[in-house]
Design a protein around this ligand. Structure first.
Ligand SMILES: Cc1cc2nc3c(=O)[nH]c(=O)nc-3n(C[C@H](O)[C@H](O)[C@H](O)COP(=O)(O)OP(=O)(O)OC[C@H]3O[C@@H](n4cnc5c(N)ncnc54)[C@H](O)[C@@H]3O)c2cc1C
Length: 441
C-alpha cells in the first residue's frame, strides 16, 4: 500500500480456520489486522490440549482431511505444516461388521469415477447389493429435490440394506455428522461429487501425524505475527455497538472497549451461535441452525495386551452403535486408537464413565477374542462440533461477505455460511476466501 494512503484496520473475531484464513488474506491486502480469539489458543474447533492421563497433547476429536481440501491446504502451506499429514494416494478404508468380520474398500490409483465401480464390485458382499450400490453411485450425478433428506434419496434409489450400511451411512456420518434421515440430500451429494469426481488423490485421506495444536493454532500465532498481525487470545467479544449503520465499538469480556474507526472493517469468523448472540436478528435466522455433537473415546490398550489388527487409519463400524468409526493416527502404537461418534444423541447427559463402558462393550462385540478390561479410555465431547445441514438449512446460511441487513463495515465468514459444503475445515477456509472476494467488490 502506498505511504500516502491510510492503512485500514481489520478486526477479525475468531481464530479458527475461517478467522486465520481471513487474517492472512487481509494482511496480504494491506490491512492492519487485529485478531481477537476468546480462547487461550487459536485453531477453533480443531485443537488439542495437554492430557495428564495420557501424558501428551490430545485432540478434541480426530479430524480427517480429503485431498480435495485445496483452501485448507493453502492455509497449512502458509503455516508450513503440510508435512504434518500423511497424504494417502487413493481412498482406502476398512469396515468392521457386527459378525466380527473385516472388509476393505480400496480404490486403485485411477480417477475416482473409474476406480469406484471397480472397488465397489470387489467388496465381499452379495453381488446384488454391489450392483445396487453401483447404481446408487451413478444416481449421485443427478440433482435431488431440495426437500429430500438423504434417507428419502436412499429409499428412492433402492439403496437401503447393504449399500446403506456399508457405503452411504458411513459417508453421511463422516461428511454430514448426522444420520441420513436428517441430512439434506443435496448438500451431501454436492460434497460427494466434489470429492469423488476427480483424481484418486482428490478423494484420499490426509491424516494428521501430530496433535492439532502443532499443526494449526500453535504455528498460526508466529505466522500471523510475522505478517504484522496483532493476535490476542483470551479476548472474548461480548458486545458490538453500531453507530450510523457501522460497527463502532467492540466490548470484551473483561470490560475493555475497542474502538472501530470509520474506515475499519470487522470480520466475524465465529460460529453461528456466537454470531447470533453478538448480532441477534442479523443474518437469515442463523441462530436457528441446530448443533450436532461429536463424541470421541481415546483408547489405549496396556503394553501387555495383544493389539487389535491394524486395518489402516479409518475403520467404519457397520451399523455402528454407539460409535461409528475407529481412527488411528499413522505411526502411533497400534494399541492407541480413537472411537468416534458423530451426531449420536444417545450420549447426551451421559457421564464419561458410562460412555467409556459403552466403548469397551462395542469393542468387545466387534473383537470377541480381545481383552478390553484394562483399556484406558479418555472421553472428549464437542456439543457444537458442526451445524446440522438439514433440508431448509440453506435458507439460514448467509453468503460470506457483507450481510444485506447488517452494518456496512461488518463481514461474515465461517463454516456455517453459504459455502455449498457442510461444516468442514475446507468449508471454513473457503468461506473466508469468498468473504475476501466479496470485500474487494
Ligand atoms: C471433534 C470434531 C471433529 C471434526 N472432524 C472434522 C473432520 O474430520 N473434517 C472436517 O473437515 N471437519 C471436521 N470438523 C469440523 C471442523 O472442525 C469445523 O467445520 C471448522 O473447524 C470450523 O472452522 P471455523 O473457523 O468456521 O469455526 P471455529 O473453528 O469454531 O472458529 C471460531 C472461533 O471463534 C472463537 N469465538 C467464538 N465466539 C467468540 C467471541 N465472542 N469472541 C472472540 N472469539 C470467539 C472460537 O473460540 C473459535 O476459536 C470436526 C469438528 C469437531 C469439533
Amino acid at each position: 500500500m502506498s505511504s500516502d494512503r491510510r492503512v485500514r484496520r481489520a478486526v477479525v473475531l475468531g481464530g479458527g480456520v475461517a478467522g486465520l484464513t481471513a487474517a492472512f488474506g487481509l494482511a496480504e491486502r494491506g490491512f492492519r489486522v487485529q485478531l481477537l480469539e476468546s480462547r487461550a489458543r487459536l485453531g477453533g474447533r480443531a485443537f488439542s490440549t495437554p492430557d495428564r492421563t495420557f501424558g501428551d497433547e490430545l485432540d478434541n476429536g480426530p479430524h480427517v482431511l480429503l485431498g480435495c481440501y485445496r483452501a485448507l491446504r493453502a492455509l497449512l502451506a502458509r503455516l508450513c505444516t503440510e508435512d504434518g499429514f500423511r497424504q494417502e494416494r487413493s481412498l482406502a478404508l476398512a469396515f468392521r461388521t457386527k459378525e466380527a468380520r473385516t472388509l476393505r474398500l480400496a480404490l486403485p490409483r485411477l480417477p475416482v469415477p473409474l476406480a469406484m465401480p471397480w472397488a465397489l464390485l470387489r467388496l465381499p458382499v452379495p453381488f446384488a447389493a454391489r450392483w445396487r450400490a453401483l447404481r446408487g453411485m451413478v444416481a449421485t450425478l443427478r440433482r435431488p429435490g431440495a426437500s429430500d433428506t438423504l434417507g428419502d434419496w436412499l429409499r428412492r434409489h433402492a439403496q437401503l440394506g447393504v449399500p446403506d450400511a456399508f457405503l452411504w451411512r458411513p459417508l453421511c456420518r463422516a461428511i454430514m455428522n448426522v444420520e441420513p434421515e436428517q441430512a439434506a440430500a443435496a448438500d451431501f451429494l454436492a460434497t460427494l461429487r466434489e470429492a469423488f469426481t476427480g483424481s484418486a488423490a482428490h478423494a484420499a485421506f490426509w491424516l494428521p501425524l501430530r496433535p492439532w495444536h502443532e499443526l494449526l493454532g500453535g504455528p498460526a500465532v508466529a505466522a500471523l505475527r510475522a505478517v504484522g498481525c496483532d493476535v490476542r487470545t483470551s479476548a472474548r467479544v461480548v458486545a458490538a455497538e453500531s453507530v450510523a449503520g457501522r460497527v463502532a465499538v467492540l466490548r470484551l469480556g473483561d470490560g475493555e472497549r475497542i474502538e472501530v474507526g470509520p474506515d475499519d472493517v470487522v470480520v466475524a469468523a465465529v460460529p453461528w451461535f456466537a454470531f447470533a448472540a453478538l448480532w441477534p436478528g442479523l443474518g437469515p435466522r442463523c441462530g436457528e441452525l441446530q448443533s450436532s455433537p461429536i463424541v470421541t473415546a481415546y483408547c489405549r490398550q496396556p503394553a501387555t495386551a495383544a493389539p487389535l489388527p491394524d486395518d489402516g487409519p479409518v475403520t467404519a463400524f457397520v451399523d455402528g452403535d454407539p460409535f461409528h468409526f475407529l481412527i488411528r493416527r499413522p505411526g502411533d502404537d497400534t494399541r492407541h486408537f480413537a472411537m468416534l461418534a458423530g451426531g449420536n444423541r444417545s450420549f447426551d447427559g451421559q457421564d464419561v464413565a458410562t460412555i467409556a463402558e459403552r466403548a469397551r462393550r462395542q469393542l468387545a462385540a466387534c473383537w470377541p477374542s480381545a481383552q478390553f478390561d484394562a483399556l484406558e479410555v479418555r472421553i472428549r465431547k464437542e456439543h457444537h462440533a458442526t451445524f446440522v445441514a438439514a433440508c431448509g438449512t440453506r435458507d439460514l446460511r448467509p453468503v460470506p461477505g457483507r450481510l444485506p441487513d447488517g452494518p456496512a463495515n461488518l463481514f461474515v465468514c465461517g463454516d456455517w455460511t453459504a459455502t455449498g459444503l457442510p461444516a468442514t475445515l475446507e468449508g471454513a477456509a473457503r468461506s473466508a476466501e469468498a468473504m475476501l472476494v466479496a470485500m474487494a467488490r
